[in-house]
Design a protein around this ligand. Structure first.
Ligand code: ADP
Ligand code: MG
Length: 739
């Protein structure tokens, strides 16, 4: 079966050549039970390692079934080992974190069997070595003798023709030793058993041949018993670890040493959270840079705001708002959004003065009112402001019941007097920020009316000539009055000069209204003309000298052109990251949109900052990779033994790498999803880690996917580097380094 012709083995280390053994000639056959003895350092182990294909040789030729092996590669020897050799070691080389059952199962899985196929066989082998009681016990808990029994069962499970045992009883007491030798003999029928021992007496009963070594040479080679000739039937088909079993083993490896799993998980969690936080910080910076610009048109520059108009320029209907409200991620709708951009002033006759924007009380989302109650009537208001604002602070509770007027920047005032019924302090507002004034829907409508009149351009078409009507000039100024009949108007008798027969009565007069949002017009008929004498009877309380030149129209006509629906509204998105999605949805619904974010002007420095930040992020990622790699390597150092063991058992390098990859990939996935779970808990306020808020606020689904891929890649690279390191050396060396 195995023939050595003048084979020598040398060790080179640090320039010194040591000889393992020299010019050995030997033929070993199936059916033999060979004992090798000799003093320590005589080359016994070296000889066994060469025969096992665990070590190379330098001189001579070794024949396996008549085939030369001097040209064999590492790979060829791996195949040879898988097919021919089972090793039993002095120090057992079992997987300590596996149970007895798992250790024996392992070698059969490696040889391409499935879990179901091997079950009966494994149990039978366990029974054979007398460990049925311990089948589910972790090997680390067994005694030396028991461990060696497991090793023997495992060697049997491999079903190879050659069994090589290097001092299998070296670590055992004499009773266990005797039992082990007997066991070896009992199971070794038709096999070639080579056993190295210090204690020849123990084996004497069974051996068929005795070889004595001294100083790297064979001193004595004596056949003690005749053995019958056994021929070896080579099994042609080679089977390797099945994919499914590979995953099962990798998962077992992930969890079976729990402290190791936790440590690696912590490292990966650290990596995942660092990557996530750094990336979200990067996004936040980008975002801040992009949005710290300036614009003149909008007072309210909240980044979540989108201004909308209908494509067909019509006013919004209730149905429109209902539909918009149904779009996901929309937090609130402000139907008349001019309110947002127009600061109004509250003041009383004394020194009270406060400024803010008007809001509909139904949009108030704070539940706790600091003082007072919610406004319910059209002349009641509530103030929401910073507790550090001077006006609010100095009055405190006293503010409730205060009567104020509302003044709007552009010379138009609200006519009524308003009562402050409630005050809310909002800690998040700064003392110099505009406050919020909440009123009823009616107040908002009143305001809208006043606003519309003040922002509209009015033109009067009379006698085929256009005349501007504005608030500075009394000529052609439009004044509503209840005494004028609807559809008619009263004009000054001064106009009569331009009309036929000096009377403009029944002449048509058209008023055109034009503003940002809409155009409208009123077609009226001149009902009468007023002069110094009749003005008091036609209209109440108007002084001719002051009002001469004005056009008086009916109150409801006036209302009709100014009390309009909403042509422009604003919506607010829940979070900035959803801005684009919502914007797209709105545009698909035939709306013209304007993201406030896009109206902000930015400077070129943003681009430069982007690049610097990207570089910093990249450097951090690389540093993290190396930190993670070295820590994982230290934690997984014990894996050297594991991989050395399974390679000696015949696992291909490729399968070992896969096992490691799957193990680390699983852990990195668990870390990633643990982090996601933390985010979810935080978002739902079950946890409260403010450190995670950036991640929640600035990352989108696509970022999560990207970062998932990045983390997976990182775990793959770590396992790649790690396996390159482990498998650079031969199986034996890998073992030796650790054992
Ligand atoms: P035994 O098993 O009979 O005690 P070994 O086969 O282990 O002896 O060793 C034989 C010789 O080879 C010894 O002189 C030992 O110093 C040398 N040797 C064994 N392994 C190595 C090694 N990895 N590197 C260098 N020399 C070695
Ligand atoms: Mg030895």
């Amino acid at each position: 079966m195995i023939t050595l012709k003048n084979v020598s083995k040398y060790y080179y280390s640090k320039g010194i050549i040591a000889s393992g053994f020299t010019k050995i000639n030997l033929t070993l056959n199936l059916g033999e039970f060979v004992a090798i003895t000799g003093e320590s350092g005589s080359g016994k182990s070296t000889l066994l390692n060469v025969i096992s294909g665990l070590d190379s040789y330098e001189e001579g030729e070794m024949y396996i079934d008549g085939k030369e092996t001097s040209h064999y590669t590492e790979n060829d020897f791996e195949n040879y080992r898988r097919k021919y050799i089972s090793n039993i070691f002095q120090n057992f080389n079992l997987v300590n974190s596996y149970t007895v059952y798992q250790n024996i199962e392992l070698v059969m899985l490696i040889n391409g069997k499935t879990r179901r196929e091997v079950k009966a066989k494994v149990l039978e082998l366990i029974k054979k070595v007398g460990l049925t009681k311990y089948k589910n016990t972790k090997v680390s808990k067994l005694s030396g003798g028991q461990k060696q029994r497991v090793a023997i069962a495992r060697a049997l499970a491999k079903e190879t023709p050659i069994l090589i045992a290097d001092e299998p009883t070296g670590n055992l007491d004499s009773t266990s030793a005797k039992e082990i030798i007997k066991l070896l003999h009992d199971i070794s029928k038709d096999k070639l058993v080579i056993i190295v021992t210090h204690n020849y007496d123990q084996v004497e009963k069974y051996v068929t041949r005795k070889i004595k070594m001294h100083d790297g040479k064979i001193l004595e080679d004596k056949v003690l018993k005749d053995t019958k000739k056994v021929t070896y039937h080579e099994e042609k088909k080679q089977n390797y670890l099945k994919v499914f079993e590979k995953f099962r083993l990798a998962l077992r490896n992930t969890f079976n040493i729990f402290p190791k799993f936790i440590l690696v998980l912590i490292v990966y969690l650290f990596v995942v959270s660092a990557v996530m936080m750094e990336y979200s910080f990067f996004k936040k910076q980008l975002f801040i840079n992009e949005t710290s610009g300036y614009n003149n048109f909008f007072q309210n520059k909240e980044l979540t705001r989108i201004v909308i108009k209908k494509e067909n320029k019509e006013a919004f209907t209730e149905e429109d708002y209902k539909q918009i409200k149904n779009i996901p991620h929309i937090k609130k709708i402000v139907p008349y959004d001019y309110l947002l951009d127009n600061v109004v002033y509250l003041h009383d006759e004394n020194f009270f003065y406060y400024q803010g924007t008007i809001n509909d009380i139904s949009t108030l989302n704070k539940k706790k009112i600091t003082y007072g109650t919610l406004p319910t009537k059209s002349d009641e208001i509530l103030i929401l402001g910073s507790p550090n604002d001077y006006a609010l602070n100095s009055l405190g509770k006293e503010i409730i019941g205060k009567k104020v007027s509302i003044e709007m920047g552009n010379s138009s005032d609200m006519k009524k007097t308003y009562t402050i019924t409630g005050l809310i302090y909002d800690e998040e507002l700064k003392y110099n920020e505009n406050g919020y004034i909440y009123g009823t829907q009616e107040l908002v409508n009143d305001l809208k009316f006043v606003m519309n009149t003040s922002i509209s351009q009015l033109k009067v078409l009379f006698q085929e000539e256009y005349h501007d009507s504005n608030s500075y000039d009394i000529h052609y100024k439009i004044i509503p009055n209840d005494k004028v009949k609807s559809g008619t108007c009263l004009i000054s008798s001064d106009f009569n000069m331009t009309c036929k027969n000096e009377t403009c009565k029944n002449y048509p007069l058209k008023i055109e209204v034009n503003n940002l949002y809409y155009q409208d017009n009123l077609e009226l008929k001149v009902e009468n003309t007023y002069d110094k004498k009749n003005i008091k009877t036609l209209l109440d309380d108007y002084d001719y000298d002051t009002y001469n030149g004005a056009i008086f129209i009916n109150q409801s006509d006036y209302q009709r052109v100014f009390n309009k629906g909403n042509y422009q509204s604003s919506i607010f998105v829940d979070e900035v990251k959803n801005l684009d999605t919502v914007n797209d949805t709105l545009q698909k619904g035939n709306l013209k949109t304007l993201k406030i974010k896009d109206t902000l002007v930015t400077s070129g420095i943003v681009e430069a900052l982007k690049i610097v930040r990207a570089i910093v992020t990249a450097i951090l990622f690389i540093t993290l990779f190396f930190i993670a790699y070295f820590v994982v390597r230290i934690i997984l150092k014990s894996r050297n033994t594991y991989f050395g063991t399974i390679r000696i058992l015949g696992t291909r390098c490729k399968d070992c790498k896969n096992l490691l990859e799957i193990e680390l990939f699983t852990t990195s996935n668990i870390a990633y999803f643990t982090f996601i779970l933390l985010l979810i808990l935080n978002k739902n306020h079950i946890l409260n880690l403010s450190i995670l808020s950036n991640v929640i606020n600035y990352l989108k689904l696509s970022d999560y996917i990207l970062l998932y891929l990045a983390c997976s890649l990182m775990s793959y690279l770590i396992s790649l580097r790690f396996s390159r390191k482990i498998f650079k050396n031969s199986a034996m060396k890998t073992m030796r380094e650790e054992v």
